[in-house]
Design a protein around this ligand. Structure first.
Ligand code: GLN
Length: 539
């Protein structure tokens, strides 16, 4: 089958969940046996979101090939259980950089370089790249931003040209918003009408509309939208609020969105989309009776999107163990020696979050001292692991000045330090230790028990490392290095074997946890957290 392209645009407001809708469409097509991938185009000028503050853009997701990407790529991988790569997330910055590099090389042979055709050609080239090898039946292309934004224009123009060129091998789906006005108790279609008009002004006629609403809409509303927007009534789909994002494929399947897509592309396929494993996951999630309470200690407690992959991994693992997840974000800057007990005593398992910079570090160290002394299941991820090392050095090894050079460059005990390779770098963007690295697990460690294999591969995003010169000292006093990079000898996992579950990973296991295959460390951490509830009950 010739690769088919599905463009997903968004209108009215941002944050409607275009990524979730794109991933859900992918899921339904995958359920029919098709090979699917999803690509996201972000119209901002940054080369990638790696240099963005989480307040700007939520979590930065890392692909296995070491690209720092938009958090929607995490949804794509979690929903479809596929690997994405650098080609799956392209920003306007990268498009312009490619074009400017070509201009400097003289590739344009004296021509004036312009948005049309040069920028649009580069966008089109990047849209077509994934389909070139013939590995996919469907490529879903999510255009970031909202129709009507100045910066989206070259992307929409590229879509318009491709619709013209690909004819029936492509389809446009527009996600828009139908608000409910409380005062008049009415839903309003006008913003949707305007949004579709503005798309039409760019020369794009959507084939399918997905209406985001709070509550299920009356069919009359869909009829009205269809009439005003030149879309078949049967192609006006609703995506109303559901308790979990994982239910979105189910509500779209109920409305036969996959069938509508195939019909519009003249593809005959009578197989019903089989997403039984997905439905089973949701059943399990909804029928769970007991609850496990997990606290994430981090400085973005007011910004759940900053820890998106961690919270999704925790939910997957809690569901695996037939438990509901009660997730509490605890602001690390607000923790002090006096209130640490009240913050953490009712928490069954503690995550010490990843991050950058000094802010909130002391709170993390106080939380860790409490967790270690009270033997609470504790999982330190990246900066979280580095904090476990600092806390242990200060309070167990008596190295009171111990620190990471990221936090204090003048510390006399540099237990966490820059790698030699990182010391002379002047470029900030894309220069960390990024992407997948191998890790050899120690016999009899909790990590090997969790993974059930001795070599694993996990993804990284950091500059600093455990200073290997301290390894023996730490091991003698009970903190073991149980995961080692076989090529560089860097320490990737630490554990305190005498405690119930106290593990830190330099990598980010949350980037490799999907509904079909929750990450083994999260499964093991939740298991330990659940047994800690039972212990509290038995005291
Ligand atoms: N700031 C730390 C480093 O760069 C940890 C990074 C992280 O937690 N992702 O090494």
């Amino acid at each position: 089958m010739f690769t088919k392209y599905i463009f997903v645009t968004g209108g009215v407001v941002s944050s409607l969940g275009k990524g979730i809708v794109a991933a859900s469409i992918g899921k339904l097509l995958q359920g029919r046996g098709y090979k699917v991938t999803i690509q996201k185009f972000d119209p901002y000028i940054n080369i990638d979101p790696g240099t963005l503050n989480p307040y700007e853009h939520g979590e930065c997701y890392v692909t296995s090939d070491g690209c720092e990407t938009d958090l929607d790529l995490g949804h794509y991988e979690r929903f479809l259980n596929i690997l994405t790569s650098k080609a799956n997330n392209v920003t306007a910055g990268r498009i312009y950089q490619n074009v400017i590099n070509k201009e400097r090389k003289g590739n344009f042979l004296g021509k004036t370089v312009q948005v049309i055709p040069h920028i649009t050609d580069e966008i089109k080239h990047n849209i077509m790249i994934l389909g070139k090898k013939g590995d996919y039946d469907f490529i879903i292309i999510e255009i970031g931003g909202t129709v009507g934004d100045i910066e989206s224009l070259p992307f929409l123009e590229s879509v318009r040209q491709l619709v013209w060129e690909l004819v029936e091998n492509c389809l446009c789906i527009h996600l828009t918003y139908v608000p409910y006005i409380v005062a008049s108790k009415e839903v309003k279609t006008k913003p949707t009408q305007h949004s579709v008009k503005s798309l039409q002004e760019q020369g794009i006629q959507p084939n399918i509309l997905v209406l985001r609403t709070e509550k299920e809409l009356d069919r009359n509303i869909c009829r009205k939208v269809a009439l005003f927007c030149n879309v078949d009534e049967s192609s006006v789909i609703q995506s109303y609020d559901v308790p979990s994002i994982y239910e979105v494929p189910i509500i779209l399947k109920k409305q036969a969105l996959d069938e509508i897509i195939l019909n519009k592309m003249h593809i005959t396929n009578n197989i019903e989309s089989d997403i039984t494993h997905w439905e089973n996951f949701i059943k399990k999630m909804k029928s769970a009776k007991q609850t496990v309470t997990i606290g994430i200690v981090g400085k973005y407690a007011d910004l759940p999107d900053a820890y998106k992959s961690i919270s999704e991994s925790l939910l997957q693992a809690a569901t695996f163990h037939k438990h509901k997840l009660n997730l509490i974000l605890i602001h690390s800057e607000k923790i002090n020696e006096y209130n640490v007990i009240s913050h953490l005593k009712n928490i069954n398992g503690i995550i010490i979050a990843p991050g950058f910079g000094k802010r909130g570090i002391e709170g993390k160290l106080i939380a860790l001292k409490y967790a270690r002394e009270k033997n609470k299941p504790t999982f330190g991820i990246c900066l979280g692991m580095q904090c476990m090392i600092i806390e242990f050095a200060r309070n167990v090894l008596g190295l009171t000045d111990a620190n990471s050079t990221e936090i204090d460059q003048t510390t006399s005990e540099k237990v966490i330090d820059l790698m030699e390779k990182q010391k002379h770098l002047t470029v900030v963007g894309g220069s960390m230790r990024l992407g997948t690295y191998e890790c050899q697990l120690e016999k009899n460690s909790k990590a090997i028990k969790a993974y059930k294999t001795n070599i694993i591969k996990e993804r990284h995003r950091h500059r600093y490392e455990f200073n290997i010169t301290y390894k023996n000292l730490f091991e003698k006093k009970g903190m073991k290095c149980t995961g080692i990079n076989p090529d560089t000898n860097l320490v990737e996992i630490i554990e305190i074997p005498n405690l119930n579950w106290y593990i830190g990973t330099q990598f980010h296991p949350e980037y490799q946890s999907t509904i079909v295959k929750p990450n083994p460390l999260f499964i093991s951490f939740i298991e330990a957290s659940i047994s800690s509830i039972n212990k509290i009950l038995h005291v």
